[in-house]
Design a binder for this molecule. Structure first.
Ligand SMILES: C[S@@+](CC[C@H](N)C(=O)[O-])C[C@H]1O[C@@H](n2cnc3c(N)ncnc32)[C@H](O)[C@@H]1O
Length: 314
């Protein structure tokens, strides 16, 4: 059996939030190490469709969760609607998303996500497309600074970008980590590693994670039956803001118009209701699993109104 080093975060709360009924069909949009899927099947789901964009996660899936009720699909969750339609599985009763990388991805140095374990500068979840090395060795300084500022919220993004450009070509994660630490000043024993923000930023950029999260929310809106439930776990404020704004606007709690385009008197009918207050991990979960500290769960229930604008209007 494949070893799963990933500890699922807020898993009990996700199962409660999805209010599983026996026989339900649930999408686990981020299968990872199968932690959520196992819990969903344990709670009585009749079928779980596990999506992951990482071919390794899909390949390991059957040994991590050997259960005939599990169907695995190698696909981005932003495309779940098309993938479910092609298999005749629409609509579904619940959708769970657990955003970010898994410990399996982080722990395997050869995937290039980690500044703790040296590996090639890769960071691609789907193992296709541009690598971190290709991006960092080709982009100009302003573009690198923009990415690090926007997705890493690194206040000294300019200095980091300058140091990266001066150190090119970069090929290894340890090399990038030491360039960033030198640029920002790192004292051994410092609480958080200054390379954290830069690694997060490059990963989010390469995998277009924020665009994909928006696409995933819209895909879930189109895939859920009336009364079906959505549960989304995020790990930092950039992601949480996207989920919060989406559910606010879709539940009618936020005007859909903008400064430039005043709101129509009657916008689309709310497609979600019962938007719950965000849930954070208990102190005991945070003590057990430090990775859970920043996690936040948001849940909502699909109404019977049509999905809003099919492709845009996030
Ligand atoms: C935090 S882990 C999920 C862990 C899982 N809930 C568990 O308990 O084992 C996130 C997983 O989602 C996958 N992932 C991230 N973005 C994705 C996307 N847009 N589409 C499909 N899978 C994605 C990653 O490859 C990773 O395996």
């Amino acid at each position: 059996m494949t070893k799963a080093s990933h500890i699922p975060v807020l898993v009990e709360e996700v199962v409660v939030g999805l209010a599983i009924e026996p026989g339900d069909t649930i999408v686990d949009g981020t299968f990872g190490a199968g932690g959520y899927t196992r819990a969903l099947l344990g709670a009585g789901a009749g079928r779980v469709i596990g999506f992951d964009r990482d071919p390794d996660a899909i390949a390991n899936g059957p040994s991590l969760v050997p259960d005939p009720r599990l169907m695995l699909v190698e696909e981005r969750f932003g495309r779940m609607h098309e993938a479910l339609a092609a298999r005749g599985l629409l609509p579904v009763d619940g959708v769970a998303l657990d955003i970010g990388v898994s410990s399996m991805q982080l722990d395997r140095a050869e995937r290039g996500f980690s500044f703790m374990n040296d590996g090639p500068l890769d960071m691609r979840m789907s193992q296709s497309g541009e690598t971190a090395a290709e991006f960092l060795n080709a982009a100009d300084e302003a573009e690198i600074a923009r990415v690090i500022k926007l997705y890493g919220e690194e206040p000294r993004a300019r200095s980091v970008a300058r140091a990266i450009v001066a150190a090119r070509p970069l090929t290894r994660t340890a090399q990038l980590a030491s360039v960033v630490r030198r640029a920002l000043g790192y004292r051994a024993g410092q609480k958080s590693d200054p390379a954290t923000r830069t690694f997060q930023a490059i990963r989010i950029h390469l995998n277009a994670e924020l665009d994909e999260l928006e696409a995933g929310l819209r895909a879930a809106e189109r895939s859920l039956r009336p009364g079906g439930r959505l549960a989304v776990v995020t790990f930092h404020s950039l992601e949480d803001r996207i989920v919060k704004r989406f559910l606010k606007s879709r539940s009618g709690a936020m005007p859909a118009g903008s400064r430039h385009r005043p709101m129509a008197v009657s916008g689309p009918a709310p497609s979600f209701e019962h938007v719950a207050k965000p849930v954070s991990p208990s102190e005991s979960e945070q003590a057990r699993n430090p990775r859970a500290r920043s996690a936040r769960l948001r849940t909502a229930v699909r109404t019977d109104a049509p999905a809003w604008d099919q492709e845009k209007n996030g």
